[in-house]
Design a protein around this ligand. Structure first.
Ligand SMILES: [Fe+2]
Length: 264
């Protein structure tokens, strides 16, 4: 893939997204969220691919995936006014549909194009399917990590703004903002288990679930970034100060330190 193709793809993204902004401030705030997220994921991808010393061509493919991974989000929000996939549509598959209809990947080599499409398709799955081959697996892992680093940034920013001004909150909240959290969610984290989204009852459960994402991270460089930016500590600040939550914090931080230390 040529650098020019990456640049064209980024230019196309801006043009495409531009049309989704309009008079509705609720819609605009949500569109902006994914617009900015996609651009920051490109930066995170740049960090990861540099750390992993990938080839220039691999970096270019990874950049296209990062830029386009959430391309289905815009149509999804306009049509359903939610980013909740189960309540609307699978945004990864919708993204593929957008890419095919707009023919934006048409100039890209067949095999590279397949990799880009597959990585986008799989980026939102709870787990990656077994049997992915080397190169395909690499990009599928990369986008999942780059995406998660930025989602940490997004949710922390979200919690801060909500705390400052809950009444003026233009983004959607899907779970009740009550003081409780579920014991089974805490238990799962302490056992290093992933959490099923269907078990989430409150907004606090969602925050706990976000902490558990560290168990699903593929590259140590991603863990390093999460640790260095204090994302775990920051999310915990928005949870009730209880013995259980302190245990969860300790558990996750110890897990991160252990993984990072092992890789040195
Ligand atoms: Fe996504």
């Amino acid at each position: 893939m040529k650098q020019k193709q990456v640049e064209n793809c980024k230019k196309w993204f801006d043009k495409y997204v531009c049309d989704f902004y309009g008079d509705d401030e609720f819609v605009n705030a949500n569109i902006r969220l994914k617009d900015n997220h996609s651009k920051r994921v490109c930066e995170e991808m740049d960090y990861l691919t540099n750390q992993l010393q990938l080839s220039e061509n691999q970096k270019r493919i990874a950049q296209v995936i990062a830029m386009l991974h959430d391309i289905g989000r815009f149509k999804q929000f306009i049509k359903y006014r939610t980013y909740n996939d189960p309540k609307s549509v699978n945004h990864c598959l919708l993204g593929l549909e957008v890419l095919r209809n707009t023919k934006i990947l048409d100039g890209i080599d067949g095999q590279e194009r397949q990799i880009i499409e597959k990585a986008i398709e799989l980026h939102g799955k709870k787990e990656l399917p077994a049997g992915l081959d080397g190169e395909m697996l690499l990009y599928a892992k990369l986008i999942r990590d780059a995406d998660k680093i930025d989602i940490y940034y997004v949710v922390i920013d979200y919690y801060k703004k909500y705390q400052q001004n809950p009444n003026d909150f233009k983004l959607e909240i899907e779970l009740p903002d009550t003081p409780e959290y579920s014991k089974n969610v805490v238990e799962n984290i302490l056992q290093e288990k992933r959490i099923d989204y269907r078990n989430l009852q409150t907004w606090n459960d969602m925050k706990l679930c976000q902490l558990s994402w560290v168990y699903d991270i593929n590259f140590t460089d991603t863990l390093k970034r999460i640790r260095r930016r204090n994302y775990i500590e920051q999310i915990v600040e928005f949870l009730p100060d209880t013995v259980e939550i302190r245990k969860v914090k300790q558990k996750i931080l110890t897990y991160l330190d252990r993984k990072i230390e092992k890789a040195v």
